[in-house]
Design a protein around this ligand. Structure first.
Ligand code: GLN
Length: 187
């Protein structure tokens, strides 16, 4: 399958490696036109305010709202899929969740912790990570938690996780989950 990776900011190379590792074809998406070549899109981590502004400028916000392709958002990508954060910033607003950005504060800027996704263990790499603040619809399913914090959700063809699967050895399980359990979703 041709899986797009939004090439604006973040660990783009690492995401590409992971997609290849599970036998699929990564395609770097730099323009809205590139979206026609892909069956799904990964939005990497980075800085969601900057990424959002660039996505707006290049027309990605409108294109992705109209296209209905499956999207996996990681870290800043999770923020961008949400309906709101503490501050006003450009968002896709495709998932019925709100986000608390940098939820772990400066004392725990980054850390690693075992996370379970669908019963499978993943070493979750959290870097200035967001968490889900509120769930706004019954269609949102929680798929991963860190303590009491919601760090993974899916809703229809959209999936968002707060950690960085591209930086962990078992991270490929996240991509497999997305391809097997989310991409097939018809609504
Ligand atoms: N703190 C960043 C934000 O809110 C996300 C950090 C990341 O993607 N590693 O945009």
């Amino acid at each position: 399958m041709d899986i797009g990776i939004l090439g604006i900011q973040g660990d783009i190379d690492e995401h590409e490696k992971m997609v290849r590792r599970i036998g699929h074809n990564p395609i770097r998406v730099r323009t809205v036109e590139d979206l026609s070549k892909v069956e799904a899109l990964i939005i990497p981590g980075g800085e969601s305010t900057t990424m959002g502004k660039l996505m707006e400028k290049y027309g990605f916000m409108e294109a992705l709202r109209n296209l209905n392709i499956p999207i996996l958002g990681t870290c800043a990508g999770m923020v961008l899929l949400s309906k709101g954060t503490e501050k006003k910033q450009p968002l896709l607003k495709l998932m019925n969740i709100t986000i608390k950005r940098n939820a772990y504060g400066s004392q725990r800027e980054s850390f690693e912790k075992e996370i379970y996704l669908d019963g499978e263990k993943i070493n979750g790499v959290f870097i200035r990570a967001p968490v889900v603040d509120r769930i706004l619809s019954d269609n949102v399913e929680i798929i991963a938690k860190e303590g009491n914090n919601i760090v993974g959700v899916k809703e229809g063809r959209y999936m968002a996780i707060a950690f960085h699967p591209e930086l962990s050895d078992e991270g490929h399980r996240v991509y497999k989950y997305f391809i097997n359990k989310v991409m097939g979703c018809k609504y």
